[in-house]
Every structure is written in structure tokens, then in C-alpha cells.
Design a protein around this ligand. Structure first.
Ligand SMILES: *[C@@H]1O[C@H](CO)[C@@H](O)[C@H](O)[C@H]1NC(C)=O
Ligand SMILES: *[C@@H]1O[C@H](CO)[C@@H](O)[C@H](O)[C@H]1NC(C)=O
Ligand SMILES: *[C@@H]1O[C@H](CO)[C@@H](O)[C@H](O)[C@H]1NC(C)=O
Ligand SMILES: *[C@@H]1O[C@H](CO)[C@@H](O)[C@H](O)[C@H]1NC(C)=O
Ligand SMILES: [Fe+2]
Length: 451
């Protein structure tokens, strides 16, 4: 294991040395990946070249390349000692017919990618949206990658939500690991939109590899926080890391919190049309892993409660003992489901608010039938070099199902009332080891009553 890790590092360094000394950097497109905007007639494609090109374009069409769009090229300088440069290209395919299958290729006169396929986002909200959801997937020991590649190319899901922590790390070895990881996920991400949020492993150089390599819609414009509508769902992605890396500027947590509230207000105005609100951020509000007392057993979990204000006087100013807590905000705006990762395991919670379990009061056999509290799920076991995280043996009162198998989550949001979750175990060859049906006949804060 160690020998393998060392030889891999040597190879990467050798590759860097060769490319830096010979100057033979390729203008050939690589690391192709898709992302949605808030317009279902558009799809964004992002890719990298190692040397600059004199144009950036995408050719696409339903069976011929009868359309073309030009994009923009950005020079990205990694923060590592080599100050390595890559060129990040972005282009928008527009005028797409919702639900139509397209072929595309990207590049310039200096080199073209392979041909890839994708299905344009369906229009409206009345269609079942199918997601693969996971976090903590690395370049080494990325156990779920082959399963996800096959399912993405078979059309088994429409979109990926990668809940933070990529590559381990994208900046490692002068960002060569980031390049390698983005090549590894191309067989997934070039076929279905790959939507993200930042994790702690992206923190180097103020999250620059994360901010530049992905193209997420709206929000802060750099993928730290944003939202989009997809089928019956309003998806919100935000940064838990703003609560931990305060050296990069604590105001980012304040701006994000203000944006979250505004976004939740807009989403609730549109609730009849997009009934489900699902949020994701890397670090969880609830967990029961024994190696992480900071999040799992500490009552002051910063994402959940916010920052303790500290003195009675300051509490009077802020009107609370804590500020910027996300759990209360999400409860006030009726957020249905919250995904976290960071713990390298899978854990589904009973419906919970303020450390109180609030199961369904209408159904005796399904705790998730119109529960009076939000549902939290951790899916951080996609596989990385750090292995799996152990649990507190007895669990915590909100622990409903836990597994240390490598794997990922499938989510189908069938319609306004029904959402299905399945946990796939890669260790068990793709077997589904957990599933629930989450039912909500009424969405919004008035559906909650857990105090
Ligand atoms: C781009 O470079 C290629 C190769 O040098 C050249 O043939 C082509 O005309 C250039 N295109 C533009 C738009 O400058
Ligand atoms: C980190 O990046 C954010 C967003 O671009 C910026 O607002 C902040 O000032 C940066 N912090 C530092 C210390 O450079
Ligand atoms: C919630 O439901 C589960 C499953 O029926 C049960 O095991 C658990 O004790 C319930 N919790 C509470 C607080 O009612
Ligand atoms: C919503 O989806 C569920 C699960 O597929 C199904 O049982 C139910 O009939 C659907 N409801 C409507 C109104 O189509
Ligand atoms: Fe993490």
C-alpha cells in the first residue's frame, strides 16, 4: 500500500518534471464534464487543456454536429510550488430540446475530445428526477467509480450530486492529482451533469482548484453556494467550510447565510411547482462516528447551531445565543432533506430537529410518512485513500441505519409526494442495503411540528 502510494507519487512527479522541462504540453481536451444552469434548454460543458488554444468550442446536435457554440478559456495557476498552469474552458450548449438526446465534442482546431452523449434536462417539474449522491471520493481507492461510470452511461440516473471532498486532493502534487481525478470521473461527468459542493479537502489556496474547475449556476458564481430547479426539486448547495476556514474571511459565512434565506424565500414562493427542497453541504449536522466528536457528539455543531455568541450582552444584540445556524433556518423554510458527507460511511437519521427525533405521527409503519421534521442523510463512503470511519457502537438517538460499506446513494424524486432513497453497497457488488420511501403530501414550514 505504502510502496504503491510512493511509486504513484514518483510517477506524478516524474510526469510533472518531464512536462515542465520538455514543454510538450497538449492542447488536446481532457477532463470533460457537464453541469446544468437554471434553464433546461442549456447545458454547460467544462474541460481542460494543458496548453492554450486559440479557440474554445463545442459542437453538438441530435445525431450530427449541426450546431456549434464558442466558449471562454481561463488560465488557471495552481497555488503549489510549481505554479503549474492549466487552461480551463467553458461553453454553453443552448437551444436544447428538453428530454432530447444529444451528441457533442469539445475542443479547438488544435485538438478535439471524444464524442459524448447526454440528455437535455426535461422541462417543467412533473417528471421523476433520478440522482446519484455521494461525497468523499478520491483518486486512490475510489471504489464507487466503476459502478457510477456504468450507471451514468446506461442512463440509470440523470444527475450526480458530489457532496464535497474530491480527489484527495485536487491541489496535491501541484494539482496533478486534480487533473487525474477529473479524468477518472469523465466517464460519469461527461454524460450526466455533475453538481458539487466544496469540502475540507478543497481548502488549499482558498479553495481555488474547486472554484475554478467546476461551473456551477448562480449563487456566488464560484460554486460555493448556488441552487437550481430540477424536476420536482429545488436543490441547494452550500459551503459548510465557511464555518471552519475563517482565515479566508469569516464574512463569507454571513453572505452565504443571507443568500440562503433569500433563496429559501424564493423557493417557497414557487413551492406549488417545485415541492421538494433538498440541501447539501459537506459536513453533517447529525452523525454518530466515533472519530469525529467535533460534529457527531458536540452540541455546538457549527453548521447546525451556528457560532456561539458567547456573552449575554452579545446575545442580546443578536437576539440569540448562536448566529448563522443552518438547522433552524432550514426548519423555518421547510427544507425536506439534507445531505451531508465528510464521515466516510452511510448514515440515515430518523426525522430530527434540535436533537429531538420526530417520527411520523400519521403512519405507524413508516417514520418518513409526512414526518414533522426534516430528514438528514450522510453519504460519504464513495471511497478514498483515507478508508472508512468507525461508528459509536450504540449509535445516537437519531441513528436509523448505518453502514461502513463503500458505496453511494440513489435518490428518485418521483413526484410531488414521493421520494425514494436507496443505498448501494459496492463491497456487496452493487446490492441495495437500505431503502426508504419518504412521503410528503404537504411541503413547507407548516408541515413541521417538532419542538
Ligand atoms: C488556430 O491555430 C491553428 C493552428 O495553428 C490555425 O490553423 C488556425 O487558423 C487558428 N485559428 C484561429 C481562429 O486563429
Ligand atoms: C477567498 O476567496 C473569497 C471568494 O473569492 C474571497 O471573498 C476572499 O476574500 C478570499 N480570501 C482570501 C484570504 O483571499
Ligand atoms: C422512530 O421510529 C423508529 C422506527 O419505528 C423507532 O425505532 C424509534 O424508536 C422511533 N423514535 C421515536 C423517538 O419515536
Ligand atoms: C407518486 O409516486 C409514487 C411512487 O412512484 C406513486 O406510488 C404515486 O402513485 C405517485 N403519485 C402520483 C399522484 O402520481
Ligand atoms: Fe471531509
Amino acid at each position: 500500500m505504502l510502496v504503491r502510494a510512493i511509486s504513484q507519487r514518483l510517477l506524478l512527479l516524474l510526469g510533472l518534471a518531464i512536462s515542465l522541462t520538455t514543454g510538450q504540453l497538449s492542447p488536446q481536451p481532457e477532463q470533460v464534464h457537464l453541469s446544468v444552469t437554471n434553464d433546461p434548454t442549456q447545458m454547460v460543458v467544462t474541460w481542460v487543456t494543458q496548453s492554450p488554444t486559440n479557440s474554445t468550442s463545442v459542437d453538438y446536435g441530435t445525431n450530427r454536429f449541426d450546431r456549434s457554440a464558442s466558449g471562454v478559456q481561463e488560465k488557471f495557476v495552481d497555488g503549489g510550488s510549481a505554479k503549474r498552469v492549466i487552461y480551463i474552458h467553458r461553453a454553453v450548449m443552448s437551444g436544447l430540446r428538453p428530454g432530447q438526446r444529444y451528441v457533442y465534442r469539445v475542443g479547438s482546431e488544435l485538438g478535439w475530445s471524444d464524442v459524448f452523449l447526454f440528455t437535455a434536462t426535461k422541462s417543467g417539474s412533473d417528471w421523476p428526477a433520478r440522482f446519484a449522491v455521494y461525497g468523499d471520493m478520491g483518486n486512490t481507492n475510489g471504489k464507487s467509480i466503476p459502478f457510477l461510470q456504468k450507471e451514468a452511461q446506461s442512463g440509470d440516473f440523470d444527475m450526480v450530486l458530489h457532496v464535497g471532498d474530491f480527489a484527495y486532493n485536487m491541489d496535491t502534487n501541484n494539482a496533478l492529482v486534480g487533473d487525474e481525478f477529473m479524468r477518472q470521473v469523465e466517464p460519469i461527468a461527461a454524460y450526466v451533469p455533475y453538481m458539487t459542493c466544496p469540502g475540507n479537502h478543497e481548502s488549499a489556496y482558498n479553495f481555488s482548484n474547486y472554484r475554478r474547475r467546476f461551473s456551477m449556476p448562480g449563487g456566488d458564481g464560484e460554486g460555493s453556494f448556488f441552487s437550481f430547479d430540477y424536476g420536482p426539486v429545488h436543490v441547494i448547495s452550500f459551503s459548510s467550510e465557511f464555518y471552519y476556514y475563517l482565515d479566508y474571511g469569516w464574512k463569507q459565512a454571513v453572505y452565504q447565510f443571507q443568500w440562503l434565506e433569500e433563496d429559501l424565500q424564493r423557493a417557497n414562493q414557487n413551492r406549488a411547482n417545485r415541492p421538494w427542497i433538498i440541501a447539501m453541504a459537506h459536513r453533517p449536522m447529525y452523525c454518530s462516528n466515533s472519530d469525529d466528536p467535533q460534529h457527531c457528539t458536540n452540541a455546538d455543531n457549527l453548521i447546525r447551531t451556528g457560532f456561539p455568541v458567547g456573552s449575554k450582552q452579545r446575545s442580546r444584540i443578536f437576539g440569540s445565543d448562536y448566529i448563522l445556524g443552518v438547522e433552524q433556518l432550514f426548519y423555518r423554510y421547510g427544507v425536506d432533506l439534507i445531505f451531508g458527507a465528510h464521515e466516510h460511511s452511510y448514515e440515515r437519521m430518523w426525522p430530527v430537529y434540535n436533537q429531538k427525533v420526530c417520527n411520523s405521527t400519521t403512519s405507524s409503519d413508516n417514520p418518513y410518512d409526512n414526518p414533522p421534521a426534516p430528514v438528514h442523510v450522510i453519504t460519504g463512503s464513495a471511497g478514498c485513500v483515507e478508508g472508512e470511519d468507525p461508528f459509536i457502537p450504540a449509535g445516537l438517538p437519531w441513528s436509523a441505519f448505518r453502514s461502513d460499506d463503500y458505496g453511494y446513494t440513489r435518490m428518485t424524486v418521483a413526484n410531488a409526494t414521493h421520494l425514494m432513497l436507496e443505498q448501494v453497497s459496492v463491497d456487496k457488488g452493487g446490492q441495495v442495503i437500505d431503502s426508504i420511501v419518504y412521503v410528503r403530501n404537504k411541503h413547507g414550514s407548516s408541515a413541521f411540528n417538532c419542538v
